[in-house]
Design a protein. Structure first.
Length: 263
């Protein structure tokens, strides 16, 4: 919300809270960037139908409804609201439409695929880096950077199915359904992501997986004079770019420490 919830470039939303469930509350602080004015936009959700409808009541009692309708490869978002009688209805409609247009721009841009690259030099041969990364217990240790319960089920053999999993606070299993596209020991691994695991169920088609299906995660091991450069190339979208920029360097540093400190 902080990235798209503004009607013009001279306004922004510096902070927001959102509990998207019936009875849940939301709050967003909308301010002019020059600090000259601002206000809090608060409300309570009265209906939440996943992928279909959101309804809420603002603090002053006005009601808002948002509908999501699939139109082939596109989604129509329709927002209806009760106008504030103290301001022009036309002005309010213009402002709400501008925010919705900004949301459209943000979603469409953030869904565009990008490939991120990270690498690190490790003072050990490639075979040790390779074995450390793939060992089931050591895999849990270095991927804990991404999620404390991270683990995998399956095989790293070329063509094999593999699940990358974690357990959330409610005990539900989630993660990725993938296959090993290529595995050249001590040289190169390519993982192709096929879909998602939600509540323990594998989902490989539909809108939930549209942004992930076919994405690659490649590891390249280049050894020279007893040292190995481990390179990672990850297909993702702009939504996760900042997250990966923070976590992947930490994960690579963890692999480096594990490889260089083990006998």
């Amino acid at each position: 919300m902080t990235r798209w919830n503004n009607a013009s470039e001279d306004w922004h939303t510096p902070r927001a809270e959102n509990d998207l469930q019936v009875g849940g509350k939301f709050s967003s602080r909308m301010e002019a960037k020059d600090g000259s004015m601002g206000f809090d936009f608060n409300g309570t959700y009265t209906d939440v139908q996943e992928h279909k409808r959101i309804a809420y009541t603002l603090e002053d009692g006005r009601k808002v409804e948002i509908r999501f309708e699939s139109e082939g490869e596109e989604t129509r978002v329709t927002e209806s609201f009760e106008a504030d009688p103290s301001h022009s209805a036309e002005m309010q409609q213009t402002g709400w439409q501008a925010i919705l247009d900004n949301f459209k721009k943000y979603v469409e841009e953030s869904s565009k695929p990008v490939t991120l690259h990270y690498d690190i030099s490790i003072a050990t041969p490639a075979d040790k880096v390779y074995r450390t990364m793939l060992d089931p217990e050591q895999y849990k240790a270095w991927t804990a950077v991404f999620h404390p319960t991270s683990h995998y089920k399956g095989s790293w053999e070329k063509g094999a199915k593999i699940l990358f999993l974690g357990i959330d606070e409610d005990g539900k299993v989630g993660g990725m359904v993938s296959r090993i596209k290529e595995n050249i020991p001590n040289q190169f691994i390519s993982i192709e992501h096929l879909g998602l695991v939600q509540n323990g169920n594998e989902i490989t088609s539909g809108p939930e997986v549209a942004g992930w299906a076919g994405a690659l995660e490649n590891y390249t091991f280049t050894e020279a004079e007893g040292e190995t450069v481990l390179a990672v190339d990850v297909d993702t979208n702009q939504e996760y770019e900042a997250y990966f920029a923070e976590t992947w360097p930490k994960a690579l540093q963890k692999i480096k420490e594990m490889c260089e400190t083990e006998s």
